[in-house]
Design a protein around this ligand. Structure first.
Ligand code: AMP
Length: 114
């Protein structure tokens, strides 16, 4: 199987503005930001999307959620708030088949989402 775009970012084959990394996850700035702060947080394991995560991914996904909060705080979003988004499948607009959590903040976000 060929590498996804995000696997290439993990492997440093494509440049990215990395804001956090550990053994399990990587966070980098979205190339087309939808808010003043827009970061993608991904597991290093190439899980395609949340609906295809398995029991064995529980620890990695729990870790990812805890890191989402920490990265948001590091980016100065804790006080005013932020949104986490996982797009899953075509109706949600998923474009990259490597599970990713959008961390969005820095402006008032509307609800419901478009
Ligand atoms: P989604 O639509 O949920 O699959 O989100 C994919 C996201 O990846 C979009 O917000 C894109 O702007 C972002 N993206 C695509 N290519 C890159 C890249 N090379 N570096 C950073 N973000 C990217």
């Amino acid at each position: 199987m060929s590498k996804t775009l995000f696997e290439k970012i993990i492997a440093r084959e494509i440049p990215a503005q990395i804001v956090y990394e550990d053994d399990v996850v990587l966070a980098f700035r979205d190339i087309n930001p939808q808010a003043p702060t827009h970061v993608l947080l991904i597991p290093k394991k190439p899980i395609p999307r949340i609906a295809e995560a398995a029991g064995e991914d529980q620890a990695a996904l729990g870790h990812l959620l805890l890191k989402a909060g920490e990265v948001a705080e590091k980016l100065g979003l804790k006080q005013d708030g932020f949104r986490l988004v996982f797009n899953n499948g075509p109706d949600a607009g998923e474009a990259v088949p490597h599970l990713h959590c959008h961390i969005l903040g820095g402006r008032k976000l509307t609800w419901p989402p478009g």
